[in-house]
Design a binder for this molecule. Structure first.
Ligand code: MG
Length: 203
């Protein structure tokens, strides 16, 4: 089975007068996270982990901070683009694990809600999402929120036991060579690939 991993990290400074959003969850707190977008440090780290897992660049290459379109943008937009990259590469997420590093607010009491929200955004079961939090002991970073994320993805074709397009093409060529050898003429090409892949319901 073909599996890949991705790693993401992000940090944002706290800023008064801004709503706080972490993991797609609105959190009642005196400060929010400064950023060009909504500053959702956790979704940014997960987005980078997903993009990294399929070697598709990073969040900044898809959404440059200087682009006015992403001012105050909901970070789930970024996440959805990364999910598309995973899907286009023929993979699906196995699980995601994360660690937040911040002095306040306390994540423990809302970790379960955050896990449910992140799972919903990633189309995963809550049991496939890890949300952990630590305080920044000794880092002198009490006014910063940091997020670390790792993701494991697996190839969809392998899991279903389907052949890749390259495998099908190779088999088709071998079959044609055998027929040509036996009959002296090349057979008409059968549109095998279209029959196999022209479906919306591959899962
Ligand atoms: Mg960020």
């Amino acid at each position: 089975m073909s599996m890949r991993i991705g790693l993401g990290w992000d940090s944002h400074a706290f800023k008064p007068g801004v709503p706080l959003k972490i993991g797609g969850l609105a959190i009642d707190h005196s400060e929010g996270l400064a950023g060009h977008s909504d500053g959702d440090v956790l979704l940014h780290a997960i987005t980078d982990a997903l993009l990294g897992a399929v070697s598709a660049g990073d969040i900044g290459s898809f959404f440059p901070p200087g682009d006015a379109r992403w001012k105050d943008a909901d970070s789930s937009i970024f996440l959805n683009v990364a999910l598309e990259e995973i899907q286009n590469a023929g993979y699906r997420i196995v699980n995601v694990d994360t660690t937040l590093v911040l002095a306040a607010p306390k994540i423990g009491p809302i970790a379960s809600d955050m896990r449910d929200r992140v799972a919903e955004l990633l189309h995963l079961k809550p049991s496939d999402v890890g949300i952990k939090a630590k305080t920044p002991e000794g880092l002198n970073a009490d006014h910063v929120a940091q997020a670390h994320a790792v993701v494991l993805i697996e190839k969809i074709e392998d899991e279903l036991g389907l052949l890749s397009k390259a495998d099908v093409e190779e088999m088709q060529n071998q079959l044609e060579n055998l027929i040509t050898e036996a009959h002296g003429t090349r057979p008409r090409r059968i549109p095998i690939r279209k029959a196999i892949y022209d479906t919306d319901d591959i899962t």
